[in-house]
Design a protein around this ligand. Structure first.
Ligand SMILES: *[C@@H]1O[C@H](CO)[C@@H](O)[C@H](O)[C@H]1NC(C)=O
Length: 341
């Protein structure tokens, strides 16, 4: 009986440790906010300041965007034009990654990734992954069509790599910049095949295989491994733009134009879950403890009870009966005793 209890507790501890271990990176994402890598407003020259020209510019002047073909829908043309006007040729190069061009690029430069790239179930996974590959390859700045440009990007070119923070947790892949072969993006493209898994819900599958969740997990592992240092041209540090720096109108580099167009029912569910995470955590713990308690109860009821108890243990077992059984057992004894009298 003591051994049974010990085994039971050890098993529970092992299960809990296993679960915590498998979601550890996700848990740390809730705590680590990247503020030590924040690009603060104090570092950024004011729009139009002379300082902009004095800082070394590491990231090449290339803007990358993606769409399935070259006919950009009118709703996104405004955002596209705002970026093109602020970053004119010939100083800046503009690369639009259509489906066809993306496929040719992967085929030519990263043939080991071609099968995974072709095999992605959702087109957005190709749109997500191509941006990491072109940044790792050419360097430059990737900008989603959801985002328009609000001021010239030159001040951000002084960091070897930058991404944007998302709330409540992690980093986003909608705007990213890097020098070519930056160690963070090299790691992202090295790892991406390992994350090509289906998670039943399309939104989770996309988020975790190629989207912001995937990127955040790689980022978290990268910073935890101590690789996040070095601000020079060959540095590995990834700097973070916080909403304060990108939501304030005159200072911000980008303005949000449109919500993501591919969001479905499951996204509403996830957003609902994010809003109600306290409730869900309580439910989770309640369910968890109920399961543990039920196992314990079943173990007693069926495993221990089915063993023939030795004579001297009968009394102990009876004491362990629920109180309503104990009462009825007591009555029987009284009857027996009365008969004997
Ligand atoms: C792009 O795709 C849209 C719809 O899928 C189509 O109507 C349009 O003709 C395509 N444009 C080009 C240049 O192929």
């Amino acid at each position: 009986m003591r051994r049974g209890l010990l085994l039971f507790l050890l098993l529970n501890v092992a299960i809990i440790l296993f679960l915590v271990n498998s979601v550890w990176t996700l848990l740390t994402l809730l705590v680590v906010d990247g503020s030590e890598d924040a690009i603060s407003k104090a570092e950024l020259p004011a729009p139009g300041s002379d300082l902009i020209d004095d800082r070394p510019q590491l990231i090449p002047k290339i803007i990358h965007q993606t769409y399935k073909n070259t006919s950009i829908p009118p709703v996104w043309q405004e955002a596209q034009t705002s970026c093109l006007n602020l970053h004119p040729a010939p100083q800046w190069e503009y690369k639009l990654w259509t489906d066809e061009k993306s496929m040719q690029f992967i085929e030519a430069e990263y043939p080991w990734f071609l099968d995974t790239f072709r095999g992605y179930q959702y087109p957005i996974q190709r749109a997500d992954s191509i941006r990491y590959f072109v940044l790792a390859h050419y360097g430059g700045v990737y900008i989603d069509f959801d985002d328009g440009c609000n001021r010239a990007l030159e001040p951000l070119l002084s960091y070897p790599a930058f991404v944007r923070r998302t709330m409540p947790t992690g980093i986003s892949n909608d705007v990213m910049g890097a020098v070519p072969q930056h160690p963070f993006f090299m790691r992202v493209i090295e790892e991406i095949q390992n994350y090509d898994k289906s998670w039943i819900m399309p939104y989770i599958t996309v988020m975790a295989s190629t989207g912001p969740l995937f990127l955040s997990i790689i980022w978290r592992r990268y910073t935890a491994a101590g690789l996040n240092f070095g601000d020079g041209a060959d540095g590995g540090r990834v700097r973070i733009l916080f909403p304060d720096e990108y939501n304030n109108y005159s200072w911000s580099f980008f303005i949000h134009h449109l919500g993501n167009s591919w969001h479905g029912k499951d996204v509403q569910l996830i957003f609902w879950m994010a809003r109600n995470w306290v409730l869900l955590t309580i439910i989770g713990f309640t369910v968890g403890f109920s399961v543990i308690f039920s196992c314990w109860w079943a173990y007693h009821r069926f495993v221990l009870a089915s063993r023939p108890a030795p004579e001297w243990k009968v009394a102990t077992i009876r004491q362990r009966l629920p109180f309503w059984r104990r009462v009825s057992a007591q009555k029987e004894y009284e009857l027996v005793r009365r008969h004997e009298v």
